[in-house]
Design a protein around this ligand. Sequence first.
Ligand SMILES: C[S@@+](CC[C@H](N)C(=O)[O-])C[C@H]1O[C@@H](n2cnc3c(N)ncnc32)[C@H](O)[C@@H]1O
Length: 278
Amino acid sequence: MSIAIQGGTDDFDFIRQFIRERSAIVLDRDKDYLVEARLAPLAEQKGYTSIRELFQALRQAPLNSSLAKEVVEAMTTNETSFFRDMAPFECLSSIIIPDLMDRRENTKQLNIWSGACSSGQEAYSILLLLNEILPQDTWKIHLLATDINSAMVARAKLGKYSQLEISRGLPTHMLVENFHQDGVMWQVSQKLRNLVTVREFNLIAKWPLVESKDVIFLRNVLIYFDVETKRAILQQIKRVLEPDGYLFLGGAETTIGVDEDFERVDYPKASCYRLRSV
Ligand SMILES: C[S@@+](CC[C@H](N)C(=O)[O-])C[C@H]1O[C@@H](n2cnc3c(N)ncnc32)[C@H](O)[C@@H]1O
């Protein structure tokens, strides 16, 4: 069965508002094609004959219904890869980890957060690097990985990737040393998975009290939000980032013009920031 689109202007206005209120993702009018492309399969899967029927059901559904959640999740963009953009990871291994190893010499513990982790490649890239740099068995790593999308959270927990995903950025020696083959998939070793806590978390929800973080990766997610939301999230980041900690944003994201308490770390293309008071 193929699904009829038949959504009116009111429907698209409604869905734009709906997605923005629940996830902060801003969908401009020129993204109606994206709404159709993402929601038509969901409408079909739910047995509706048109997207309009899906919109009607959504208007009547309770705020916390599974339909509301599925619609929001369908509108998230989960593009990611191992060692995405490379420069942030080079900056991490050549400057930031050595600096934090000095500063945390007494506790020998690093707390790291991959916010908006998608299917987990970012979190495992960080762990794979730390695994190579930090002296084994003397340093403790706590890595929290979160995303709004429950299917991505489940994938990140499982740590299983296709050959195509593996071939997008994972160095061969890291594959050989840290993954095992499971049919056509590759799974991250239990040892590394034990170091990660993966949870669902909406960046615009109330932030729980979390252990403060030495390094936060919040990459390629602020780009979907308006400037007020970016500012509010950076305010929260300041609450959970150690005063001498580091924040990584995506290549097209910056704190400049949004929150002047951050300054850029001088490393080409890394989009790494720290608090000015340091
Ligand atoms: C493009 S991916 C980025 C993944 C990874 N950080 C990277 O750079 O490769 C953006 C992720 O942000 C998540 N996301 C979108 N809105 C969110 C929100 N309000 N709270 C938490 N995560 C959100 C999406 O589910 C998606 O997995």
